[in-house]
Design a protein around this ligand. Sequence first.
Ligand code: 2AM
Ligand code: CA
Length: 263
Amino acid sequence: MEIRIENIIDVVKEASTLMVCSGFEVHDKGSRENLVTSSDLAVQDFLTGRLSALLPGSGFLCEEEDLNDIAGHEFIWIIDPIDGTANYARGNENCCISVALVRNGEQYMGVVYSPWRGELYWAEKGCGAYCNGKPVHVSYRSYEDGLLFTAMSTYHKDWARYCSDIIYDIYLDCNDVRRTGSAAVELCLIAAGYADLYFELRLMPWDYAAATLILTEAGGAVCSFDTGFPSLSVPSMVIAANNPSSCRRILDVVHRHLKALPY
Ligand code: 2AM
Ligand code: CA
């Protein structure tokens, strides 16, 4: 079955019309930090319908409605219908649709579209990374000149001390710290050279599956706690940077503070 990145881009752009609609309902998913809106559900339903028609028999791992059907499929879609829902619910522009296509367990294609920011990033394994049709590349900044995107453990405030200790140590040596509230937006901004370093204690695959392909195709480096690539099926730590040595340096700080993952 032939699939082209343009097919995915068209579907994601069409899905975004459901995101930028006026009027949506907001509900929590068991805690006040963990929100879902009627737009998240509408975008996910649209994407799963259209993408399964593009690749009949493909599997899905999606944030909403516990959609996890990944066993035994050559192709798997990993989808966050809205990454940055807490921003979206407040009218903050830092949110996006994130769609990754995994083939035989490997990242294959990724699209991240932030309609309010007007940025459509995509990458195909081995073919580079693009934003709005133009190639993007990571920065050449040193660790010391680097801007760090990071976050506290929003859904697990009991782990916040680990995050703050790690962030504090990185902050002492780098330039400064930023936080947008969307992991996918942040990883794409590093791909395009607007920032340089990244650390999150625990993310879900749909937060990073597309954006980490975009970042590595833009020349960046990505790893997890055990030095390998973050998992494409279960929650993982995500460390990333504009080059392998800065990525390693963040990992060294993490290992100074954590002997094992708290999850
Ligand atoms: P989400 O909107 O898909 O849940 C990592 O920072 C991830 O945590 C983000 O990509 C976002 O994913 C979620 N997040 C960010 N800020 C948040 C907040 N204030 N409340 C809850 N979740 C947040
Ligand atoms: Ca989401």
